[in-house]
Design a protein around this ligand. Sequence first.
Ligand code: SAM
Length: 775
Amino acid sequence: MAPNPRVAKAFRAMRELGIPEEKTKPVLKNLLKLFDKNWAPIEEENYRALIDAIFDSEEVEAAEQKKKHDNVEAEAAEQKKKLEQAEKMKVIEEETQIPEEPERPLKRLRLRHQDGPSCTTPSLNSHGTPLKKPKVEIDDLPVAIPRSQSRAENTKGEPVSVSPQPQGGNKGKLPVLADTQPDVTTVSGSDSSLRLRQRRDKGKEPILHQTNSRELRSISDRSSNGVHFREPKPKQTVLPLIKPKDEPLTDDTSPLTVPVSEIKPGAMANQDSSTENLSRESNKDSISNVLDSSNEISGHELVAVPDESTAKIDIASSSYGEITISLTCNTSQNPNLSVTNVDALLKRMEDRCLKSYKAMEPNFSMKKLMTYMCDSLLDTEPESDSTSLTDESIKDLADTGNNGLVLTANGLDGNEVEDACENGFQDAEPQSLVGVPNNQLTADDASSLQDINDIAKGQESVIISLVNEVNTECPPAFHYIPGNAVFQNAYVNFSLARIGDDNCCSTCFGDCLSSATACACALQSGGEFAYTKKGLVKEELIDECIKMMRDPQKHCLFYCKECPLERSKNEEIVESCKGHSVRNFIKECWLKCGCNKQCGNRVVQRGIQRKLQVFMTPGGKGWGLRTLEDLPKGAFVCEYVGEVLTNAELYERVSKSSNKDEHAYPVLLDADWGAECELKDEEALCLDATYYGNVARFINHRCFDSTLVEIPVEIENPDHHYYHLAFFTTRKVKALEELTWDYGIDFDDEEHPVKAFKCRCGSRFCRNNKRPYSK
Ligand SMILES: C[S@@+](CC[C@H](N)C(=O)[O-])C[C@H]1O[C@@H](n2cnc3c(N)ncnc32)[C@H](O)[C@@H]1O
């Protein structure tokens, strides 16, 4: 991004007064915010306001320094806290039976201005999977490794920046100094991930790892999958759960926009149909064992009713055979509106559609669209077929796993559900669910509703039921999608040509796992297969991932040169990167591989195989996800599925959102950002499950000792801009236990825009629990 000349001029003016850029930058940023990006009052009187503000900030800083020095007691207390945390670690070690001692839950303890522990052994990249001791011994490795041109590294030949643990206390406000390193990387330490990394790249050009000479920053929170937008402060908000079809039409971020493509590797690597049927059946059986009265039918359906929609479409027919389609606009937003020129209106709409949908046929026109509407209407079958559904037909649809009809809540009888949904309507927010008689449902309404006998609407190989045995809350409205789908601008390219020989095992056959030697895909996962023959993630890898989840700072963060997340805020001054966790990747076999679809190195791409259920949690966390069968450690549960957005798109969504009720939790696909010097906006991606998602959108947060851990999985895309985020169990999980995931929220971080909920995770290590730890 070209520097703003006014910013450069302000820096220059301050430099002339002996004020360095590092001091000017944060103050200028604040002033710009204060004056709503109006430069005039800042530039007036030769930057008088800026100079005053800098001096003021220096005074405040000096006062803070003094306070800090005086606060010896606080430091002592902090030390004590650390000791207590170490104690906690011992306990959790015993509980989770991880062979090595787990890390302390530093996420909660690390205060903003507190030094973090230094990362003595920089993990080098997010790909290395510590599964096997490499053939190349670490001692044999050169200390300085020349720049890599290999696939996983910076495709532009730029160095990968992996920084040691930050020590400073300036919270990322200081500017990022340009890396002064030449094209070599200093490697220190000898941890397993380093060795594996080397092993993985055996035979290829070595990977560049660079100790970073930039200013060290303090990271107040875990650099998690969660999106951490810090600005703009007044708009601190989260993505609400809104039924897409009820959203008012907006330019280009409207949830009405249907994702343009669906990505489902499973569709190409389908299971054997007989096992599929079996699995659906057996799940059904177990569900009916767990639940009683599961298939009651109510005379009502659930429909999301907006209270402030801007438009309403009615169709009326007269006894003379005329049909009128009318569009009623809610003019409350513009009460002075007068009747407008139809052609001008149509032109405006066309422009808007072109802007939103981009790929329109050249002859597209609104008139044509309306003619199509009339034609479609004339083609419509008599009403009784499509909308007057009998109870029997609803039941049939539900039994066959067909799309979108809501039956009674399991565990409640028909009357209770009716009451529940009507009561729900009374206390409802504008977008909540209400009961309406069946025959008022349009086909469109029905398709977006949740079938509580199978919220996946038959799109997974197992049935995923939904129960509420706690209260009368109705199921949330969203579109169930079994695989990620691009919203609009995200660049996700699955072309086979991009998969090189070292990214697939084309000469393999049968099951790669039964071969004595690791295939090319295994080499990408650190030299050994990530999965056991039983389809579980190997103990060593899962433990490593758990450790990283529990204390990412200890296991290194990397810093982008220009962070796409910061850039997406579209501010005058782009803040420096706050750091991203280094991750282990799993690489699965895929289309270009020679193995068969039952190959043991194809787990995540087969989709959900376990018996899962969405249920109302009793502890006030809303809906949650649980297992209906015992799960061993390392079992794949599901992946986080949602719309693939660019960070800019997500930022726009978040800042436009007026609904403060948090439901979905967007996740960053940032596991490999450090491998690129500068990612284009359309390559820096994230997933948002608010409007389109799978069961993972119901997984609640648990601090520290969650039952699930997320691991990035490469299936189709070797470049890692896009990958799958898969959840695996961190320990044995009993049937009916809730499946939880540590979102990585730092509840002490008041600047965190995903406004932290009051955590009710119930963990002894809850970071939202200010009381000191006691046994
Ligand atoms: C991804 S959703 C999980 C599903 C959600 N419970 C629901 O009913 O749709 C995240 C939201 O669930 C709630 N939640 C998740 N974990 C929680 C926890 N530990 N304590 C309290 N609320 C939690 C919060 O409202 C959060 O914004």
